[in-house]
Write a protein that binds this ligand. Structure first.
Ligand SMILES: [Zn+2]
Length: 476
């Protein structure tokens, strides 16, 4: 079983366990291994991270670049649901179609096989609760069971999808009647839906591999701040406990199942918001969400992604001016772009240039040639090993983000306490958010219990989950 607790921070997992409020996670940590510093991808926002957890690749291979991005071929924005207000700005039907259908069916690279696809091909019995990435080999028709799903079916959800053998997705897709309802994926009831479905699947012995998605912690942390996870992590823990109980108790469940618990990204406190649109208005012709002009008439597309952002230079000649403008935006810590064969990260008054090479290696074992000011990433070279505690795996993550064909041309990472307002004008001041290169957004818990093989590694990543599961099932 792979459980993904959206937005869990390692420190809050440790505190909630120490306070005795997460006994199931405590049991997993006691019997297994608690890695408190696995690194996320960049931007550390859920669609990018979920695709990396589900495929084992960064976005250079899986092609999901953000929560909000600009589709160059279709010349339009893609919005998966930064906020309800942002969804309205792009049109709710369009947003739901991108989220429910296009993310898996069109945007996620076909060559980046998901865990479900790999395990389905090996004829293992797969199952998943509502998770952004569900692509598998089994067709599922939309459910027509409840009034809400009938309304949804009439407007947006008409076509079948390919998912794991057992797919339960916010009442929209349900491969069998479990008696569990998710009320179309409303925050606060989603974890309980996952727990209910999960317990049913355990009870009826319906899976070899289950992806149990527990998304409510992220929403709670956005509203109440990372410290508030002391109240939402116990809810996630309760759902895990339901599965364990259905499996005959902790000892019996763990004798029968290996368990991995991971978060996609973490959370840090937001104190102020940054409006990309107001900073670029008057200097560039911006493509707006509801722009009726021909696409060729705008110069840039702006894509806020919580504590990260992407800028698409629709006119290549204005790229340099876009970078200059981004570099004087207060609240932006790093501006990142490609310059020929190099990537450049600007920030802290300096510039660092790098490209794959043999000059140095990072704790994940990738080789780099690095030139310029290491102070940009508060980095140091220990012999030939490139270290940055404040911005973990920054070179690899920035390189992979720039190497993604659907990413923006210029990537921004926000300073501590800052968040880009989304296209609906929403932000999380006083609450938590994530997205940046910084450790607070990027380091996540990874708990492994009963997983086959050794767990030695200098720097774990959420990209390692797929290989861990594949190794456990002796695939490939
Ligand atoms: Zn979030």
């Amino acid at each position: 079983m792979l459980a993904v607790i959206d937005g869990a921070t390692p420190a809050m997992v440790a505190r909630t366990v120490a306070a005795g409020r997460a006994p199931t996670l405590a049991a997993l940590i006691e019997r297994g291994t608690f890695i408190s510093d696995a690194v996320s991808v960049f931007p550390s926002v859920t669609p990018v991270c979920a695709a990396s957890i589900a495929t084992g690749y960064a976005q250079d291979r899986h092609h999901i670049p953000g929560m909000n991005w600009y589709h160059r071929d279709e010349r339009r924005y893609v919005e998966y649901g930064s906020s309800f207000r942002a969804s309205l700005r792009f049109g709710l039907a369009r947003q739901l179609t991108d989220l429910i259908y296009n993310m898996n069916g069109e945007h996620l690279a076909a060559e980046a096989l998901t865990l479900f696809e790999q395990l389905d091909d090996a004829e293992l019995r797969t199952a998943g609760t509502t998770y952004l990435m569900y692509r598998g080999r089994y067709p599922h028709e939309p459910a027509r069971e409840t009034l809400l799903t009938r309304i949804a079916a009439r407007s947006v959800v008409r076509r079948p999808v390919l998912g794991p053998r057992e797919l339960f997705y916010a009442d929209i897709f349900a491969s069998r009647a479990t008696g569990c309802y998710g009320t179309l994926g409303l925050p606060g009831v989603r974890d309980r839906h996952a727990g209910c479905v999960g317990a049913y699947l355990v009870n009826h012995d319906l899976f070899d591999f289950l992806l149990l998605s527990l998304p409510d912690n992220d929403n709670h942390s956005h509203r109440n701040g990372p410290e508030g996870q002391i109240d939402s992590l116990p809810e996630a823990d309760r759902q895990l406990a339901m599965l364990f109980t259905a499996g005959g108790g902790t000892d019996r469940f763990l004798a029968d199942h290996a368990v991995i618990v991971v978060a996609d990204h973490a959370h840090t406190l937001v104190e102020r918001s940054i409006s990309l649109v107001s900073h670029f208005t008057g200097h560039f012709d911006i493509r707006l969400p509801t722009d009726l002009r021909p696409p060729g008439e705008a110069e840039i597309a702006l894509c806020p992604n919580s504590r990260a952002a992407m800028i698409y230079a629709l006119e290549p000649r204005i790229l340099a001016a876009t970078i200059d403008r981004a570099r004087c935006l207060d609240g932006v810590e790093h501006v990142i772009w490609r310059d020929g064969a190099d990537a450049v990260i600007a920030g802290n008054g300096g510039e660092l240039r790098f490209a794959p090479g043999a000059g140095a290696r990072d704790p994940r074992g990738r080789g780099w040639d690095v030139h310029g000011d290491l102070g940009v990433l508060d980095a140091r070279l220990d012999g030939s090993v490139f270290h940055s505690e404040l911005y973990p795996d920054a070179l690899g993550r920035a390189w992979d983000a720039l190497g993604c064909p659907t990413s923006g041309d210029v990537l921004l990472s926000a300073a501590g306490g800052c968040e880009f307002t989304d296209w609906g004008g929403a932000s999380h001041i006083g609450g938590g958010s994530h997205g940046s290169l910084a450790a607070g957004d990027s380091l996540v818990p990874l708990i492994c219990c009963g997983v086959a093989g050794g767990l030695e590694r200098d720097q774990w990543s959420i990209k390692d989950v797929t290989p861990l599961v594949a190794r456990h099932f002796a695939l490939g």
